[in-house]
Design a protein around this ligand. Structure first.
Ligand SMILES: [Ca+2]
Ligand SMILES: [Ca+2]
Length: 68
């Protein structure tokens, strides 16, 4: 039998909340853009959950904003 647990750290956080203020907004897009430009990342910046932080995460974040 195979049992796979998906746990990312101890805390669960809002998808797209890059700056960790508890809500998803334009400030998160700004922060994510800065992270991508700096080729940096944080624990929340992988919005599309593909294991890396990049342009695709900005797209994913904007899509979240549009759909809300
Ligand atoms: Ca936020
Ligand atoms: Ca990503």
């Amino acid at each position: 039998m195979c049992r796979v647990a998906f746990t990312v750290g101890a805390a669960s956080f809002l998808r797209g909340d890059v700056n960790g203020d508890g809500e998803v907004g334009i400030a998160d897009v700004t922060m994510l853009a800065l992270l991508v430009l700096a080729q940096s990342e944080n624990i929340r910046s992988d919005v599309n959950n593909d294991g890396e932080t990049g342009i695709a995460d900005i797209t994913a974040l904007v899509n979240i904003l549009i759909s809300n």
